[in-house]
Write a protein that binds this ligand. Structure first.
Ligand code: ADP
Length: 697
């Protein structure tokens, strides 16, 4: 689980870092785009400004050239100062940038001058003469160049407290190839900018003349402030002077969104960011739903896996579409071996497959399966069969369509086993109840029979006495003396057997009451001798020959003599009856000859060595043997195959022997017959009873 969570956390952090990287890249890209758009815009403005500045310089240069031509024309047409004056005044009205026009002779003396009508006289405050040297220098240059030459610009203070930057231009006047004088023109720098530069160029742009070091000489348009003003500079190269024309964009610092393009790009970037945000939110929701779904699936799977009930889904054609692990475990098959299997299913017992197939077809055709469940038998992979309880219900999908059948399968073999056990214990209970009843009856009988037995015994003793008296008195001598002896013998036997019957009844009574038994030490042969008269009687009746084999090494045993005698009697009787049964059974193998009906009673130490702690008693017959069916219930109380049998003999015998700590069992004897054996414990102190050597009876 820890690994799982580490994996999930690792995945989540990787996903988040990817998202962060994507956002960072996008923000960077968009920032770059906006910056580039701004840069592009700025370069456009700068280009336009450069172009404007270059145009302005061209305008100024062509304006000055035009003026030179005009002045040359004036000088060549007007030779007389008066007419020159008129023409010059007219000219100055047209050329507002010219402040003063002078006609000087070769010696630099002023022959005439005209002032612009638009300003107060420019040299009025300081006087023209102070600048004579400068003008002379300029004109010398002009004479040398044989063309117009310009002076350095200089500042002329005015009466109004202001002043202006002015510039002189000297133009030599040639007459018939000779220098005849000079035309000196004084320009106002500010008016040059105002008049010579095209109005459309100047609009929105501040123009100024500066010196090389940036000192502003004249300005046209509002002065500009702010950082990063767009500036373009162009040199105005005039003969004798070089001025710097500086153009400044009135728009000033480029705004954050200098134009629509940038604004558009920015808006798109913002939209993109918004989409990204929405996408991230959607993704987050999806992830959550995915997590929830995964959790629900895991829960469902855990539930299905831990179910003990088998689940099976089939489509409408009877093909298996789903099985859970419990069902697979039940059958010992893999899910792969079951899925998509059609009829006959791999878990149908082959002998029942036809029935199941028919039943299934009927059910599927009718589209009605019993909901209450039906029992069936399935087969495991190892071929073993087991009973199951199946409950089926229609499988309805999400849109309410009937797509197949869902079955719940319960393995009921354990249930059946418990039922079987309970039935057996019920039977045992009944048998016990009957046993208890038999016990009660035995007690009652023993009680009731004691009296008549005592009476028989005393009558027999009485009869014996009477007979003895008669013999003694000679009353019976007339009759056969042997008869009297026989009678006496018979009477003694009657008395003995009556006494014995009394003992048996008492023993049974004690046994039933489970009183502590009186155990005595007795030689095994004595036990045999005690039952011999009754066994011989029955053997004679049934034509059975008895064989007695007693090992002289047998030690005396400790037992309840009467009960053990009953066991011997019972086993001998069963053996003789079995030989009798074999005789009568129709279809049995050829009946043994009369002489072949032999019942052997054998007593020997349980182990081969003489010092064994157990003595083994065996009753061997050559009867019909015990079939497997009889063997299963041999010791069950009330089980008998005989019409007059009680079915209690063997069960009682085993109980008696087991109460002595011994063991009672049986085996088949070849070629036919059965040997029943039981063991009894050897008495702790060996008695010096005489053991008769083995013999036959
Ligand atoms: P019962 O003698 O009253 O039938 P038992 O408990 O002594 O009751 O015997 C139960 C059954 O066991 C008999 O009915 C008989 O079928 C079978 N049986 C007992 N002893 C032998 C034997 N020696 N040979 C064959 N079958 C025997």
């Amino acid at each position: 689980m820890n690994l799982y969570f580490a994996g999930v956390l690792g995945g989540a952090s990787r996903r988040w870092s990817l998202w962060a990287l994507l956002v960072a890249l996008l923000v960077g890209l968009l920032g770059l785009l906006v910056w580039l758009a701004g840069r592009y815009e700025a370069s456009l403005v700068q280009d336009r400004l450069e172009h404007t500045a270059a145009e302005a310089v061209t305008d100024i240069r062509s304006g000055l050239t035009r003026n030179i031509q005009t002045f040359q024309a004036l000088q060549s047409s007007e030779r007389m100062p008066e007419s020159w004056h008129l023409s010059a005044a007219r000219l100055l009205r047209e050329r507002r940038e010219v402040l003063r026009l002078e006609w000087r002779d070769v010696a630099m003396e002023t022959r005439g001058f005209v002032e612009t009508p638009y300003h107060s006289a420019v040299f009025e405050r300081l006087g023209r003469s102070s600048l004579q040297a400068d003008v002379g220098l300029t004109c010398t240059t002009a004479a040398r160049l044989s063309g117009a030459a310009y002076s350095r610009s200089y500042f002329m203070p005015q009466f109004d407290g202001m002043g202006m930057e002015v510039l002189d231009m000297c133009l030599p006047i040639m007459a018939a190839g000779r220098l005849s004088g000079y035309t000196v023109v004084t320009y106002a720098l500010q008016d040059i900018l105002g008049e010579l530069v095209g109005k459309q160029v100047a609009r929105g742009i501040g123009l100024s003349f500066t010196e090389a070091d940036g000192t502003r000489l004249a300005l046209y348009g509002a002065p500009l402030r702010g950082r990063q003003v767009y500036v373009a500079q162009q040199l105005l190269d005039l003969p004798g002077n070089t001025l710097v024309l500086r153009a400044e964009n009135r728009l000033g610092t480029p705004a954050l969104f200098p134009n629509v393009l940038t604004a558009l790009v920015t808006a798109m970037a913002l939209a993109l960011l918004a989409v990204l945000f929405l996408l991230a939110r959607d993704m987050r929701r999806r992830l959550k739903v995915e997590d929830d779904l995964g959790e629900a699936l895991a829960f469902r799977k855990a539930m299905e896996d831990s179910l003990l009930t088998g689940l099976r889904a089939r489509d409408l054609q009877g093909r298996i579409t789903y099985v859970n692990p419990a069902f697979c475990n039940m059958l010992g098959l893999d899910a792969q071996q079951l899925l998509n299997q059609s009829m006959p299913s791999p878990y149908w017992p082959p002998e029942l497959a036809d029935d199941y197939q028919q039943r299934q077809e009927v059910r599927l055709a009718g589209n009605t399966l019993p909901r209450e469940g039906h029992e069936s038998v399935f087969m495991r992979q190892d071929g073993s069969r087991f009973p199951v309880l199946i409950m089926e219900a229609p499988l309805i999908n999400a849109v309410g369509k009937h797509t197949g059948w869902m079955s719940t399968i319960l393995d009921v073999s354990e249930q059946r086993r418990v039922e079987e056990v309970s039935r057996a214990s019920q039977d045992r209970l009944q048998a016990t109840a009957r046993l208890a009843m038999v016990g009660e009856m035995a007690s009652l009988l023993s009680h009731e029979l004691n009296q008549p037995l005592a009476a028989i015994s005393s009558y027999a003793t009485g009869s014996l006495n009477l007979l003895q008296d008669a013999l003694d008195s000679g009353a019976a001598t007339s009759s056969d003396p042997h008869l009297s002896e026989d009678l006496q013998q018979a009477m003694r036997r009657i008395a003995e057997q009556a006494e014995r019957a009394g003992k048996v009844i008492k023993s049974v009574h004690d046994f039933v009451r489970r009183r502590d038994k009186v155990r005595e030490t007795v030689a095994p042969r004595v036990l045999l001798d005690a039952v011999m008269p009754l066994v011989s009687l029955q053997a004679r009746k049934l034509g059975v020959r008895l064989v007695i084999e007693v090992d002289p090494a047998c030690a005396p045993v400790l037992c309840d003599t009467i009960m053990v005698e009953q066991v011997l009697l019972n086993l001998s009787r069963n053996g003789m009856q079995a030989m009798q049964g074999a005789d009568e059974t129709p279809g049995a193998e050829r009946a043994p000859r009369r002489g072949a009906k032999v019942l052997t009673l054998r007593i020997r130490p349980a182990a081969s060595n003489a010092r064994s702690q157990w003595v083994e008693f065996a009753v061997i017959d050559c009867g019909e043997g015990i079939s497997e069916q009889v063997a299963r219930q041999l010791f069950t109380p009330f089980f008998t195959t005989k019409a007059e049998g009680m079915g209690l003999g063997l069960s009682l015998c085993r109980t008696v022997i087991e109460q002595h700590g011994g063991f009672l069992g049986y085996e088949a004897v070849q070629p036919r017959g059965t040997i029943f054996t039981f063991t009894l414990p050897v008495a702790p102190r060996p008695d010096d009873l005489q053991e008769p050597s083995h013999g036959t009876d």
